[in-house]
Design a protein around this ligand. Structure first.
Ligand code: CP
Length: 335
C-alpha cells in the first residue's frame, strides 16, 4: 500500500511487504524513541488525538511519538467536555476536527465508527481502537515485539507456537494480531478462552485459510504448554452488558510464577497488550512474574513509540527528512 496520506483503519490494508517496510522505519526511529536523538521534522504539525474511550498507552504513546517527531498534540479525551454530549455526529466532528489537525488518531467505543470518521475527515485518520473490532497499531507493535523477542533468542517467526489467551471475543487487539500472524503460514496458534468468549469464527477461518494450524481450547494449563509465546488478555468488562456478566469470566486464567514454572517451557515469552487487570479477582498476570526476564509486557509497551513514530513518518511522508533535521539530545535520563 501507499502509506503517504493514507488512513490506517484495519490490518486488512497491509501485506507482508508493507509490514516489513514499516518495521524497518520503526527500527530507524529507535534512537528517537529512546531519546538518544531528537528531530524537528514535524515542527508546526498538529495531531488531533481523540479518545472517546479510556486509554493510557495508545493515547499517550501516539502523543509522545508525535512530539518526538517535533509536532504538537491537541487532545479530546473527555467526552463529557466535548460537543459529542450535545449530540454532534461523528461525521460533523470529523469535518471540524480535521480542519484543526494534520493527522488524527481516534478511539471510539463503537465498531466501525472510526471508518465513518475517516470518510468525512480531510486529513489521514489512524484507528486507535474501535469497539471490539480492531486495534491495528497495537497489533503492529505486538508483531514488532514478537519479532524482536524471538531475535533475542536467535529465532524468527518460522514455526512459532503461540497461545493467545483470555477474552478473544471482545478483545480487539487479538482480532488484529491474528490477521497479521496469518502472513506466516507455518505458525501454530492455540486459542484459549472460556467457551462463551472464543475467537470469532471468521477470524479462525481467516487464519486456517492462510495455512496456520489453529487449535481451540478452554484448558489454560494445557494451552500454555509447549509454546514459545503466551499472549494473554484482560476480560473486556466494558463490552459486557453488566459488570456481573464480566465477573463470571475474571480470574479463570491467572498466569503466575507457580503456574509458569509448572506448565510453561522455561524460555516462554509472556506478552499482554495491557492494561493487565491487577485486581485480585482478575490478575491475569501476577506481579510475581515481573522479575522474570521473559515477561515482555513493558518492552512491548515501549515498542509502541517507535512503531507509532514510523506510522506518522510514513503517512506524513517525512521518512527521508528525519535525519537531516535531527540533533543529539541536551539532557540525559537513565531508563
Ligand atoms: N493496549 C492499549 O490499547 O492500552 P490503552 O487502553 O491503555 O490504550
Amino acid at each position: 500500500m501507499n502509506f503517504i496520506g493514507a488512513n490506517i483503519l484495519s490490518v486488512d490494508q497491509f501485506n507482508l511487504d508493507d509490514v516489513n517496510t514499516l518495521f524497518s522505519v520503526a527500527e530507524k526511529m529507535q534512537p528517537y524513541a529512546t531519546r538518544e536523538k531528537v528531530t524537528k521534522v514535524l515542527d508546526g504539525a498538529i495531531l488531533g488525538n481523540i479518545f472517546l474511550e479510556s486509554s493510557t498507552r495508545t493515547r499517550v504513546s501516539f502523543g509522545s511519538a508525535f512530539n518526538l517527531l517535533g509536532g504538537h498534540v491537541r487532545e479530546t479525551s473527555d467526552v463529557s467536555s466535548s460537543a459529542f454530549v450535545k449530540g454532534e455526529s461523528v461525521r460533523d466532528a470529523a469535518r471540524i476536527l480535521s480542519g484543526y489537525s494534520d493527522v488524527i488518531c481516534i478511539r471510539h467505543p463503537k465498531s466501525g465508527s472510526v471508518n465513518e470518521f475517516a470518510d468525512f475527515s480531510r486529513v489521514p485518520v489512524i484507528n486507535g481502537g474501535d469497539g471490539s473490532n480492531e486495534h491495528p497499531t497495537q497489533a503492529l507493535l505486538d508483531l514488532f515485539t514478537i519479532k524482536k523477542e524471538l531475535e533475542n533468542k536467535n529465532r524468527d517467526l518460522s514455526k512459532l507456537r503461540i497461545a493467545i489467551v483470555g477474552d478473544l471475543l471482545f478483545g480487539r487487539t487479538v482480532h488484529s494480531l491474528c490477521k497479521l500472524l496469518s502472513f506466516y503460514p507455518n505458525i501454530s496458534v492455540v486459542l484459549v478462552s472460556p467457551d462463551r468468549l472464543s475467537m470469532p469464527t471468521d477470524i479462525v477461518e481467516y487464519m486456517r485459510s492462510a495455512g496456520l494450524s489453529v487449535c481451540i481450547s478452554n484448558n489454560f494449563n494445557e494451552g500454555i504448554k509447549n509454546v514459545d509465546i503466551i499472549y494473554t488478555t484482560r476480560i473486556q468488562e466494558e463490552r459486557f452488558e453488566t459488570k456481573e456478566q464480566a465477573a463470571l469470566y475474571r480470574g479463570k486464567f491467572i498466569l503466575n510464577k507457580d503456574i509458569y514454572s509448572k506448565h510453561c517451557a522455561p524460555e516462554t515469552v509472556v506478552m499482554h497488550p495491557l492494561p493487565r487487570d491487577s485486581r485480585p479477582e482478575a490478575n491475569e498476570i501476577d506481579f510475581d512474574l515481573d522479575s522474570n526476564p521473559n515477561l515482555a509486557i513493558f518492552r512491548q509497551a515501549d515498542n509502541g513509540i517507535a512503531v507509532r513514530m514510523a506510522i506518522f513518518a510514513m503517512v506524513l511522508d517525512v521518512v527521508n527528512q528525519i535525519e537531516t533535521s535531527s540533533a543529539k539530545v541536551n539532557w540525559h535520563v537513565s531508563r
